[in-house]
Write a protein that binds this ligand. Structure first.
Ligand code: 5AD
Ligand code: SF4
Length: 447
């Protein structure tokens, strides 16, 4: 019997990388690998990298440097770089770091088993093409094993919006949607393995327009409607969205589809029309605010989350004040905010930059406001009853942790039989990042 080789994947960045890593692991399992959590005993280490913000490439090079002793200890060890830094840097990685055997961009993952074989044979394997074929169709491995109750599912990839700060259109390529039948088949497979909540992923997921059964394009709302019919799939989420692609049928789905959870990540980046224009966002602050109003009219309890960039080139104090004003008007439940970071090859990187101290000062002011809003949103849950999907044991004995319909972490005293199931919970206390509650059912056992 031959011993299986061991695979260790380290994932950086967004949820799509988490999904991609899982699919790469499945494909390499089909090619004879078994997964390991420890890089020390791996025969193949893959870094699945992110290029979205600061010093991404530098971090990858320093991580690669740290892998040197592993290669000295195991001459069979192959090292690969995947993800958006692989796409952006390409052959430069092989030139700069001789430890690396394999470089694969996000649109070439279906070629990974072949690249691995070439690396095993002593070649330096590189693939950063944007091939026509659907990589997910060709990625092998359809595992049957039970898995946790939540899963990501990529339905759309790439972006054609070209916001002036963003590398995604360059690293992930043009916008493309997977056909409806493929998505449904993968979703059914996940549900068969114990999944009850699926988060649909795409860089611009609400622009989804996958081929339907009759060849015509189906919208994200249409896809969600089809998914909601799958028996056993109880929760659907999607991320991340551009305001201009929030179609009427998608807003209506938030009112009409009970499986679609009341949480929406809808980045606006800035509250200043001048900066939105310089960012090439193609909408105004007022467009966004009116959109939020319509979404809240459809689903009044929806929790809104967003992304902001401070210190974009040309941002004045007045522009920044406009961002704070927009935040006050929206009242976010949760938010991400970043200092602008010039990304090589993007238009804004060439412009006059806002000084670092100004960026830092604005970020801390914005974050203080967003933090206060998040705490208020957490507090507002106290006394309410929400659904909670239990995912794992809590820190205290007898306690489980799960996610509410609104994606907030909730600690509850509950028997282990509740793991992987959704229970009604009454929220009794709120902390900045988590809630506590008690089961709102007669017994502590699921029925
Ligand atoms: N600098 C800072 N933040 C950025 N983001 C994307 N590109 C940059 C950049 N160059 C942020 C945006 C986006 C999120 C995923 O990352 O807010 O919505
Ligand atoms: Fe980047 Fe999102 Fe803008 Fe596309 S819509 S360019 S992914 S920020």
């Amino acid at each position: 019997m031959t011993m299986s080789r061991k695979l260790h994947i380290k994932t950086y960045g967004c949820q799509m990388n988490v999904y991609d890593s899982e699919r790469m692991a499945e494909a390499l399992t089909a090619a004879g690998y078994v997964a390991t959590d420890t890089p020390e005993d791996a025969d193949l280490i893959l870094l699945n990298t992110c290029h979205i913000r600061e010093k991404a490439a530098e971090k990858v090079y320093s991580e690669l440097g740290r892998l040197k002793p592993f290669k000295a200890a195991n001459p069979d060890l192959k090292i690969g770089v995947a993800g958006c830094v692989a796409q952006a840097e390409g052959a430069e990685i092989l030139a700069r770091q001789p430890l690396v055997d394999l470089v694969v961009g996000p649109q070439s993952y279906h070629r990974l088993p072949e690249l691995e074989a070439r690396a095993r044979a002593g070649e330096k394997a590189l693939d950063t093409d944007f091939p026509e074929e659907d990589k997910f169709d060709r990625l092998g491995g359809r595992p049957k094993a039970q898995r946790g109750p939540t899963a990501f599912l990529t339905v759309q990839e790439g972006c054609d919006k070209f916001c002036a700060f963003c590398v995604v259109p360059y690293t992930r390529g043009a916008e493309a949607s997977r056909p409806v039948a493929r998505v449904l088949e993968e979703a059914r497979g996940l549900v068969d393995r114990g999944v009850v909540e699926i988060t649909l992923l795409g860089q611009n997921v609400n622009a989804y327009h996958g081929a339907g059964p009759d060849g015509g394009a189906v919208s994200l709302a249409g896809l969600i409607g089809d998914l909601a019919k799958i028996d056993g799939l109880e929760r659907i989420r999607y991320t991340t969205s551009h305001p201009n692609d929030m179609a009427d049928d998608l807003i209506a789905a938030h009112a009409e589809v009970p499986e679609l959870m009341p949480y929406l990540h809808l980045p606006v980046q800035s509250g200043s029309d001048r900066i939105l224009k310089a960012m090439n966002r193609q909408h105004t602050a007022d467009d966004y605010l009116r959109l939020i109003e319509r979404i809240r009219a459809a689903r009044p309890d929806i929790l809104i989350s967003g992304d902001f960039i401070v210190g974009f080139p040309g941002e004045t104090d007045a522009d920044f004040e406009a961002t704070l004003a927009l935040v006050r008007e929206v009242r976010y439940g949760q938010c991400y905010s970043f200092k602008y970071s010039p990304r090589p090859g993007t238009p804004a990187a060439e412009r006059d930059q806002v000084p670092e101290e100004v960026r830092a000062e604005r970020l801390s002011r914005l974050q203080a406001l967003l933090q206060a809003q998040q705490e208020a949103a957490q507090q507002a849950m106290v006394g309410r009853q929400v659904g909670v999907l239990f995912e794992k044991a809590g820190r205290l004995p007898g306690q489980l942790v799960g996610k509410s319909d609104h994606l907030q972490a909730v600690h509850v005293e509950a028997g282990e039989d509740w793991l992987g199931r959704i229970a009604p919970v009454e929220i009794t206390a709120a902390a900045p990042n988590s809630l506590a509650g008690r089961l709102a059912v007669a017994t502590d056992q699921p029925g």
